[in-house]
Ligand binder design. Structure first.
Ligand code: FAD
Length: 503
């Protein structure tokens, strides 16, 4: 291998992205004798302060860090999440859930939903939601860990994530990272110096005058993109045409009573509102398009639709959907908001950070910074963002809503090519294709396609292997087994208390 080992990693930024990177890299590589990891964060600048809903991949990240789930849930005031409910997205008054895990049961190697589509064609089957244990449990306010060891139980097909206080998570990770040897420096970076020949960043200087040198810099400076954008000038690819929302207003409110283990997204006239119940409060926010709605109107809609008393002044955020053309440039790798942003409709930002760290670990450079590794990193990063973008666009363009200019714009969007193909395939045969191990599973694509009213004209021929009566009988049986299983599950509150995770 060309080049010397990297001996000094500098992480600029201590939001969720910075501390996730620090905790993971120190866990994996911290025992290398000649490696130092320094994280710089500015208390005066602070963090973005939102970001509460996650997807199941976080479980794997926590395992990698050796985190005990019970402790993590308690420390971050987390609740469990079994999916996202989309209210008023297809049309006013309609709702569906994008559940974690998968639908139905194993049906002779053919995907369950093909039998469901056949059942629909026979006029028999209930809504797709009715075949998901995650949906049934979430709506009943119940939770239990999955049981992959019980393949005949619907619990084997359950999956889950968390809703948590991202600020507390960053603090929790900080403790772990510092215990693993990460050095933290508090202060504002005011100057960045580059090598005259290569253009690599060689040091950052703080307001105090302290100079911190490094060989690999990880830019976790949030929307400021201090190194990747301001210093190296890597252009930003703007996806606003596909994802027109560019503002958010967020406010936490009090929690009254028990809550479903579910994130809710309610479509609004020029965007959508999130509702994320934690153990101690509910996180709320309104994501909207500034072309179609003013800040005052967006704030008024949010405040009029809270399930509790506001706990803070509304916080306003501006963003552009898209990503840096190269997440890795010279000796700088951008993670988190510095690298790109996709609206939090499917709670993907923290997962993108996690995936970026995993990619960096597998392609970890030497001081030679081989272009082949950087190119691969950048290609995979762009692919990951593109896949998620296409999934988000599906929610908007498949809507039947035409009650506002915003929704008329969304309905008439020209889908990106990848999404076009997925839509055509599903419409033709009910097939759901998943590209290159992309983040969202067949269940995810299926739930949103069906939920948003995309109609399949056919189903897999093998679904006709079961005769009509048997198809009806099995579909009915699955619903019964799910209902019985859910009736025996503890409520989320009971589960948290039983496991020592309640705050
Ligand atoms: P920040 O939190 O902004 O951290 C930046 C860090 O850089 C801070 O420590 C700051 O002090 C430091 N910094 C900046 N400039 C300097 C400087 N000059 N010197 C020293 N330090 C500096 N994600 C999800 O997964 N789920 C969600 O539900 C979700 N909802 C979201 C809703 C909205 C409206 C937004 C905008 C984001 C949401 N996210 C969500 C994304 C999530 O908040 C971020 O991806 C995540 O918090 C990572 O942020 P970050 O660490 O990149 O940036």
């Amino acid at each position: 291998m060309n080049g010397d080992p990297i001996s000094r990693i500098v992480i600029v930024g201590g939001g969720t992205a910075g501390w996730m990177a620090a905790a993971a890299i120190s866990r994996i590589m911290g025992e290398l004798p000649d490696l130092t990891i320094t994280l710089i964060e500015s208390d005066a600048i602070g963090t973005v302060g939102v970001g509460e809903a996650t997807i199941p991949q976080l479980i794997g990240f926590n395992k990698l860090l050796g985190v005990d789930e019970r402790e993590f849930v308690r420390e971050t005031h987390a609740t469990y999440k079994l999916g996202i409910e989309f209210v008023d997205w297809l049309r006013l008054g309609h709702s569906y859930v994008h559940p974690f895990g998968s639908y139905g049961i194993d049906m002779k190697g053919i995907e369950f939903h093909q039998f469901w589509l056949r059942g629909r064609a026979l006029g028999e089957a209930a809504e797709l939601d009715d075949y998901s244990i995650a949906v049934a449990a979430a709506k009943a306010g119940k939770f239990l860990w999955p049981r992959p060891d019980q393949p005949n139980s619907p619990l084997a097909r359950l999956s889950y994530a968390f809703q948590f206080d991202a600020g507390l998570y960053a603090r929790y990770l900080r403790r772990r990272a510092e215990a693993q040897g990460v050095k933290r420096i508090e202060g504002r970076v005011t100057d960045v110096s580059q090598d005259g020949e290569t253009g690599h960043v060689d040091a950052v200087t703080l307001e105090s005058g302290e100079r911190v040198e490094g060989e690999l810099f990880i830019d976790c400076s949030g929307f400021r993109a201090l190194l990747i954008g301001q210093t190296l000038g890597v252009p930003f690819t703007d996806w606003t045409d596909w994802l027109p929302c560019d503002r958010a207003v967020a406010v936490p409110c009090t929690l009254a009573g028990a809550n479903e283990p579910l994130t809710r997204s309610t479509a609004r006239p020029a965007g959508w509102q999130w509702r994320i119940p934690l153990q101690h409060r509910i996180g709320n926010g309104h994501v909207y398009s500034s072309t179609h709605m003013s800040e005052d109107e967006a704030t008024a809609i949010l405040l009029a639709n809270l399930d509790g008393r506001p706990l803070a002044e509304p916080r306003h955020l501006r963003f552009t959907g898209g990503l840096r053309q190269r997440a890795w440039e010279k000796n700088v790798v951008a993670l988190g908001l510095a690298g790109g942003f996709l609206e939090p409709l499917e709670s993907t930002a923290i997962q993108l950070v996690q995936a970026g760290i995993a990619r960096l670990m597998s392609l970890f450079p030497t001081t030679a910074f081989a272009p082949v590794e950087m190119e691969r990193y950048n290609r995979e990063t762009e692919e990951a963002y593109t896949d998620i973008r296409d999934f988000l666009v599906l929610h908007y363009l498949a809507s039947e809503r035409d009650d506002t200019a915003f929704w008329r714009y969304c309905r008439n969007l020209d889908p990106p090519d990848g999404l076009k193909e997925k839509l055509a395939m599903f419409r033709s045969s009910g097939r759901v294709i998943r590209e290159h191990n992309e983040l969202f599973t067949e269940t995810s694509w299926l739930s949103v396609m069906v939920g948003q009213g995309v109609q399949a004209r056919g189903y897999h021929p093998a679904a006709a292997l079961l005769d009509e009566d048997e198809t009806r009988r099995r579909l009915g049986h699955i619903r019964e087994v799910i209902a019985t299983t859910v009736s025996q599950m503890p409520t989320q509150e009971e589960f948290l208390a039983q496991n020592g995770s309640a705050i």
